[in-house]
Design a protein around this ligand. Structure first.
Ligand SMILES: Nc1ncnc2c1ncn2[C@@H]1O[C@H](COP(=O)(O)OP(=O)(O)OP(=O)(O)O)[C@@H](O)[C@H]1O
Ligand SMILES: [Mg+2]
Length: 330
């Protein structure tokens, strides 16, 4: 049986804030960030927590990592309750928040890690070895960043140091809130590979948030989509794609005379877009029956003297799924 790393049940969280009304006036406002979120994460898997801005992802990460107490609901990390056994929970996880606070600007990266390591109760000699290892793993040594002051760090260096801190205790659970934000493409790729290895080779459980759908698709074994404080869909990227209406786009590029529109109309195609440049037509057709339509289309265009340059059926992407569920929640 797979081991449950995180169990979250019906998490609810409200924020009480003030909304500015002019210079001196403010109105009280209640933001319902989570309206009952439940999910599970198992050891050895990367689970993507995706959703539009303000959906409640960071709030969820903060509750699981004991940084925030839920108003209602419960969550456990390896069977330890996030509120009642917060100390034990903290020992089992590493967290990286997208807006990294808590590092000391006047300390170097290495000194910052030493500080947190000692705070976590790691032995000095062990800690030194671990920091050397992490500096190498995250290539902070290569960037010459290990012994530079944190306040001089670039965005990418900060993200790497955040991940190094999350890994300091070698915890079985990692909560990574947008870990590749601001990283250049090779660095982002490196982090993705590392995250996958940590889950698939070392058996860690990883909760991963990102707004990069390409990244979510290649990194995450499973995805939880949230919107406005609720889970709206859950599954592998493939399963999620099969949830959205089966509309496909046929993308056709043809060359020939100017009667593309009448041809499409003769086939009763209602939803299409045509772009024209130098006698070449790029046609996008939305349809529920792409396979049936394809043969007819080809025949008509050939009979009308068109040369077909390319033809493909576009499968829905994770981005389509994301947009579908985000718009559905409006
Ligand atoms: N400290 C806070 N005080 C008041 N409201 C907050 C606070 N933190 C978050 N919120 C509100 O709670 C909601 C959920 O925010 P949260 O940061 O969890 O979203 P998110 O999914 O992480 O979004 P993003 O993709 O932009 O990071 C938003 O409406 C946000 O404005
Ligand atoms: Mg966030």
């Amino acid at each position: 049986m797979r081991k449950e790393a995180v169990v979250a049940e019906n998490l609810k969280k409200k924020y009480f804030t003030k909304k500015r009304k002019g210079v001196l006036k403010a109105e009280k406002e209640i933001v319902e960030a989570l309206k009952g979120v439940s999910f599970k994460i198992y050891s050895g898997e990367v689970v993507g927590l995706l959703g539009p801005n303000g959906a409640g992802k960071t709030t969820t990460v903060k509750i699981i990592s004991t940084l925030l107490i839920p108003d209602e609901g419960n969550a456990w990390v390896y069977d330890y309750h996030v509120v009642k056994e917060a100390n034990m929970v903290r020992k089992h996880l590493g967290v990286l928040l997208s807006v990294e606070k808590g590092f000391y600007g006047k300390l170097t990266g290495r000194e910052n890690l030493e500080y947190f390591g000692l705070l976590y109760g790691l032995r000095r000699d062990e800690l030194r070895k671990r920091i050397d290892y992490l500096m190498k793993l995250l290539e902070l040594d290569k960037l010459g960043a290990a012994d530079r002051l944190f306040e001089e760090y670039s965005l990418g260096m900060k993200a790497r140091l955040g991940l190094a801190r999350a890994l300091l205790r070698d915890p079985p659970l990692l909560l990574l809130d947008e870990p590749t934000l601001g990283l250049d493409p090779p660095s982002a790729r490196k982090i993705r590979e590392l995250v996958k290895d940590l889950a698939h080779k070392e058996g860690k459980a990883i909760l991963y948030t990102t707004h990069n759908m390409f990244e979510a698709e290649i990194v995450c074994d499973r995805i939880i989509l949230i919107n406005k404080g609720r889970v709206v869909a859950e599954g592998t990227p493939e399963q999620l794609k099969s949830l959205i209406p089966a509309i496909r786009t046929i993308n056709m590029v043809v060359k020939g005379s100017d009667n593309v529109k009448p041809i499409l109309q003769s086939l009763n195609i209602e939803s299409y877009k045509i772009e024209r440049a130098n006698g070449i037509y790029n046609i996008k057709i939305n349809t529920l029956k792409p396979e049936e339509l394809l043969g007819e289309l080809l025949k008509k265009f050939v009979n009308n003297g068109y040369e077909t340059i390319s033809l493909k059926i576009e499968e829905p992407t994770l981005e389509d799924v994301f947009i579908y569920f985000a718009e559905k929640g409006e």
